[in-house]
Design a protein around this ligand. Structure first.
Ligand code: MG
Ligand code: MG
Length: 281
């Protein structure tokens, strides 16, 4: 089902610089959300604040109105994996919330997600903290596996290996969600190719400088299986186990990688992974 298109659309350095502007709006909005999440706040309040911030930056929320979606954010709590709709739900101490955000600047998109414990890490169950960290680490492992001349599917292999290693370390049997995957990004939020978060047999398309993709593993404390609630949006784990979701939009440049939605461009985590940090600004 993947890899039909041998070539991936590439962007020029000028276009990637525009995507960085959108990426920074997304990164700053998520930072604001991380600072704002607390027990007693509703997901709708977070959503309103995110919309105000994005518009205040001169950007446009990309999720709002997307196939009829009613939020600026996706807010997915506990067993919700992705696509949760902001609403009247009041967040409680110890909840795990995944916040996904997209914004458009001058027609160019950024897309990223974080997962945090409501009330801060000290309020989190140990298994939830381990899940959140394992998912974030898997995202960075996937990003670091992006390389010009390499198969795009090296990303999924790296994500899977990272989750497996974390499971051995944490003595947990994490599930990697396969029903939803990463994607190309640019003048549309979702472009070809798909970027699976697991090892696939096919060789896959070859990464080249100018490729821009969103890498977004979703990991659970139980099953890989998901179902969709009757609101036709909210994706939950089939077994009710909690899930985490991390995402960044990344550009492959001539010299390495630039994480467009990370405030530091990905510098800290790329260097820690031994990957080349190569911004264009
Ligand atoms: Mg997203
Ligand atoms: Mg995405």
């Amino acid at each position: 089902m993947f890899g039909r298109s041998a070539r991936i659309e590439t962007k020029t350095p000028e276009q990637i610089l525009r995507m960085r502007r959108a990426g920074l709006v997304v990164g700053q909005t998520l930072q604001l959300m991380a600072q704002t999440v607390r027990p007693g706040i509703t997901t709708k309040q977070l959503d309103e604040l995110a919309e105000e911030h994005i518009r205040g930056c001169g950007a446009v929320p990309s999720f709002l109105g997307y196939h009829g979606f009613t939020g600026t954010l996706c807010t997915s709590v506990n067993d919700e994996v992705v696509h949760g709709i902001p609403g009247a739900r009041v967040l409680a101490e110890g909840d795990v919330i995944s916040i996904d955000c997209g914004a458009i600047v001058d027609g160019w998109h950024g897309d990223a997600a974080i997962s945090v414990v409501v009330g801060g890490r000290e309020a989190g169950r140990p298994e939830d903290l381990a899940l959140i960290d394992a998912t974030e680490d898997a995202m960075w492992a996937g990003i670091a596996a992006l390389g010009a001349g390499e198969s795009l599917y090296a990303v999924g292999a790296a994500v899977e290996d990272s989750v497996t290693e974390a499971g051995e370390r944490d003595q947990r049997d994490y599930g990697i969600v396969e029903d939803y995957v990463g994607h190309g990004i640019g003048t549309e939020m979702h472009q070809d190719p798909q970027v699976p978060n697991y090892r696939v047999r096919e060789k896959g398309p070859t990464v080249r400088p100018g490729v821009t993709v969103a890498i977004e593993p979703m990991v659970t404390l139980g099953t890989s299986e998901t179902r969709i609630l009757s609101d036709d949006w909210t994706v939950v784990t089939a077994d009710g186990s909690r899930a985490a979701h991390w995402e960044n939009s990344v550009a492959v440049t001539d010299e390495g990688l630039w994480v467009l939605t990370a405030l530091d461009g990905g510098r800290a985590r790329l260097e820690a992974a031994g990957a080349a940090y190569a911004p264009l600004d």
